[in-house]
Design a protein around this ligand. Sequence first.
Ligand code: SAM
Ligand code: 2KA
Ligand code: SF4
Ligand code: MG
Length: 221
Amino acid sequence: MDFKVVEKFVSINGEGRHCGQLAVFIRFSGCNLNCSYCDTAWANEKNAPYELMSSKDIYEYIKSTEVRNITLTGGEPLLQEGIIELLKVLSKDKELHVEIETNGSVLLDKFSNIANPPSFTMDYKLPSSNMENRMVLDNFNYLTSKDTIKFVSGSIEDLEKAKELINKYNLVDKTSVYISPVFGEIHLDSIVEFMKNNKMNGVNLQVQLHKIIWEPSKRGV
Ligand SMILES: C[S@@+](CC[C@H](N)C(=O)[O-])C[C@H]1O[C@@H](n2cnc3c(N)ncnc32)[C@H](O)[C@@H]1O
Ligand SMILES: Nc1nc2[nH]cc(C(=O)O)c2c(=O)[nH]1
Ligand code: SF4
Ligand SMILES: [Mg+2]
């Protein structure tokens, strides 16, 4: 099975629990959603240039970098045909730590059954994404302490919804919880005020580090 890979690169992970650590990124083409703020919409266009890589090619590229954190992203990685086969290949190498960025619309059940499963960083798409009606709420039951739920927030309405879900599903007790601004869309201090006013203990605020280090639209970083 060959995958359409639009980018592969080594950088520091700018998001999530391994923020600041080196990671190898594999970005697959294509997505089933169309978030209002998507910073990677180019990867979802039909004519986006890609290279075809097999699971073996991807594994060999990863090993050639000598970097042990892997981030599979996109587009939507969990909709790639053959992704389970790739996850099985990667899971056999106990030196690697595999993280998958996923958009909350794909049920996680069949991916968490793999031996030595990857860590999921799952977005819940909030109202300002215009994609909230695509969220699979059952996914809250599959997230564990090695996973992360991320609420990318562009408005106070988004923050209100994130708070409601964090409380309703006891997310802080189940998994790591992050709030991240839609880049440039919301004042960071208003997020902190919101967290203070709502006593959001255990929730992490995170800004995409790579957009501070490099020009925000730069690719391959
Ligand atoms: C490009 S997506 C690819 C993975 C998957 N499709 C998803 O949405 O999780 C990777 C991450 O970037 C985040 N993201 C995309 N555009 C953003 C923006 N303008 N500001 C902040 N985060 C953004 C997404 O919410 C997601 O957490
Ligand atoms: N440096 C860097 N870190 C990232 N973490 C998650 C990313 C993504 O696009 O999924 C990303 C990205 O695009 N760049
Ligand atoms: S789900 Fe991810 S890749 Fe797809 S449009 Fe939304 S942010 Fe972009
Ligand atoms: Mg990105």
